[in-house]
Write a protein that binds this ligand. Structure first.
Ligand SMILES: NC(=O)c1ccc[n+]([C@@H]2O[C@H](COP(=O)([O-])OP(=O)(O)OC[C@H]3O[C@@H](n4cnc5c(N)ncnc54)[C@H](OP(=O)(O)O)[C@@H]3O)[C@@H](O)[C@H]2O)c1
Length: 335
């Protein structure tokens, strides 16, 4: 058994990791931590009472290194890089869910803050599983993609060779409120969100440069990404619709089916996708349609799972030589 820990166990993605790890056949959960520690996991998450009893410590790199072979960092950006340099030096495998190791140095510093671990940044593998599977088998540091970039990239990447990249991509994204983490703000207040839908950071969200950078890395083309996220009155789930201009005649469903014929966790749908069929699972559901030179691609994921924690677990599985799908949730919260 590989000993694993979760730093950030009181947060939303930390909880999802704990829920999957307690039943994982190849991982033994040996360490949990938050900023304050001195509590238990069932005190932090009452839903876990009777399921798992474990102390939660005050996060500290030396304790993590003693207790674990692999650690998940479910932390805000900037907090993660403070841990990673010590953990990698101590020989641990690390899966970071924050933005700290997702981007090239310039892209990161333009959109986040100064990077404090330039040594490890170049060796991090972007954990978009279907595109970096082989690289993940051979790394000690995986960087979980953003939730919106996960859904957007899985949908649009198969079409990049067929679209006119001189025309901007338009990405219309909608997310449940858990995408913002557990900290309350006026934007995520019940009264603001309930019976409501609204855009936030239109054309300025920092997931746009992440999407553009990964399209460039995977297909070698520059494309301008116009990205507008919206908050919807749901707890979890993301629906991303991408609009692009084609330069070739294609059967969009054939393109998707061929791209993902060997990928168990991508479900190519014959009808438009919805968040509910993926909530609670690692699946990404994708649908596409064409009219003339207009391409519509729509993908649905659970932001906390495929957009964060189950994708992190799939990366950890690969890093430890396990089957990619080991312990990943597949049954949606329906009805
Ligand atoms: N939510 C999503 O859908 C989603 C999707 C993709 C990626 N992500 C990324 O995943 C990361 C975690 O997101 P989340 O939604 O789980 O956030 P969250 O609910 O706000 O939880 C953050 C966690 O980090 C801990 N923490 C903060 N600073 C720390 C520090 N310096 N040392 C130790 N622990 C610290 C917090 O502990 P305390 O309780 O003690 O403060 C809490 O457990 C973020 O980087 C986020 O961008 C989230």
């Amino acid at each position: 058994m590989v000993k694993v820990g979760v730093v950030g166990a009181s947060g939303y993605t930390g909880l999802e990791l704990v829920k999957m790890l307690v039943n994982h056949p190849g991982f033994e959960l040996t360490y949990l931590a938050t900023t304050q520690g001195d509590t238990t996991i069932e005190a932090l998450h009452p839903s876990l009472k009777g399921v798992v009893t474990m102390p939660v410590e005050k996060a500290d790199a030396a304790s993590v290194s003693k207790a674990c072979d692999l650690v998940f960092l479910a932390l805000p950006h900037k907090a993660s890089m403070g841990f990673v340099k010590h953990l990698i030096a101590a020989g641990l495998k690390v899966v970071d869910l924050s933005a700290d190791y997702r981007l090239e140095l310039d892209t990161y510093e333009e959109n986040y803050c100064a990077h404090e671990d330039r040594e490890n940044l170049p060796s991090a593998v972007y954990a978009l599983i279907e595109y970096y599977r082989e690289d993940l088998k051979d790394t000690n540091l995986a960087a979980g993609p953003g939730c919106y970039p996960t859904a957007t990239l899985l949908g649009i990447l198969p079409f990049i060779p067929y679209i006119d990249t001189s025309v901007p991509l338009f990405v219309d994204a909608k997310s449940g409120v858990s995408g913002a983490g557990k900290k309350l703000s006026e934007t995520t207040h019940f009264v603001t969100v309930n019976d409501n839908i609204f855009a936030y950071n239109p054309l300025k969200h920092r997931h746009a440069p992440e999407i553009a950078e990964k399209i460039k890395m995977i297909h070698g083309v520059n494309v301008h990404v116009n990205f507008v996220p919206h908050l919807i009155p749901a707890t979890r789930g993301e629906l991303v619709s991408v609009y692009a201009t084609l330069k070739a005649d294609i059967d969009p469903m054939m393109v998707l089916k061929e791209a993902y014929e060997n990928d168990t966790f991508i479900r190519v749908r014959e009808t438009p996708v919805s968040i509910k069929n993926t909530a609670g699972t690692h699946f990404c559901d994708i649908f596409a349609a064409v009219n003339g030179n207009a391409l519509f691609v729509s993908s649905a994921i659970d932001n906390l799972l495929r957009g964060a924690s189950s994708q992190a677990l799939a990366a950890a599985n690969l890093m430890c030589g396990y089957d990619e799908g080991m312990g990943l949730p597949t049954i949606a919260y329906v009805p």
